[in-house]
Design a protein around this ligand. Structure first.
Ligand code: TIU
Length: 234
């Protein structure tokens, strides 16, 4: 069992049954010219999460953890886009419309894909989701169950929207979530603060909140152990 300092108390996990879940690190949300910016947001607030998430992703890969990525988006014919989601915000350029990086939040478009710095490996499942939560209308739960995963280390954007919705969905399905506060981002500093507070309040009502700096040395130790057992032929 590995243990990471977190709030409201230490997050303990078995590396065999924990996965890294990276939520929606797509160009449409974090790059200038995407959906996030079309909504009137300052994307630089999300970009702060890229470097620490990259360090966690690389350490998780070295430690042999299952890594899963998600993308929010829709079919090119938009048949899975609820009219309410399309209409919301009365945007001039909204979901499905042509933006500077292709049609906004449409699968297969450049803007819909994950940023180059956090590109999934071919062996890492990518979950395409039409909603904010990663469990809604996806096979994420079955991917996790088939791999015996019971706990999730969560990074991604945005903290109060897709991260929080996914953590709440995961919590109700019996998964423990550790959210890394420097690896998640919000367009609104006050939402960042309170979205994290909501997770860890009341004894960890939805899960745990930690920082990547505490997790990285724990993952490095797992890597050393994995190497030692490989050398011992176990
Ligand atoms: N991934 C995600 O959070 N989708 C959003 O639409 N977030 C906003 O904050 N708008």
């Amino acid at each position: 069992m590995a243990s990471v300092r977190a709030e409201p108390y230490a997050f303990e996990f078995d590396p065999e049954t924990v996965a890294l879940l990276i939520i929606d690190m797509q160009r449409d949300f974090v790059d200038p010219g995407g959906f996030g910016e079309a909504l009137g947001n300052d994307v630089s607030l999300l970009r702060k999460a890229i470097a620490p998430t990259k360090r966690v992703l690389e350490a998780a890969r070295r430690a042999g953890l299952l890594v899963i990525h998600t993308r929010e988006g829709h079919r090119p014919d938009l048949t899975d886009l609820p009219p309410s989601k399309k209409a919301r915000g009365k945007l001039k350029t909204g979901i499905g419309d042509k933006g500077p990086m292709g049609r906004i939040l449409v699968r297969g478009e450049y803007g819909h894909d994950i940023i180059d710095g956090l590109k999934p490996k071919a062996s890492e499942p990518v979950i395409d989701k039409p909603g904010k939560g990663a469990f809604y209308a996806t096979d994420l739960d079955s991917v996790l169950k088939n791999r015996g995963i019971r706990q999730l280390i969560v990074c991604g954007v945005t903290t109060e929207v897709c991260v929080n919705t996914t953590v709440r969905e995961a919590n109700d399905r019996g998964y423990d979530c550790l959210v890394l506060e420097d690896c998640v981002g919000s367009y609104f500093p006050e939402f960042q603060e309170y979205a994290l507070k909501m997770i860890k309040a009341q004894g960890g009502i939805f899960g745990w909140v930690g920082v990547s700096g505490r997790l990285l040395p724990v993952l490095e130790k797992l890597k050393t152990k994995a190497r030692k057992s490989a050398r011992a032929g176990r």
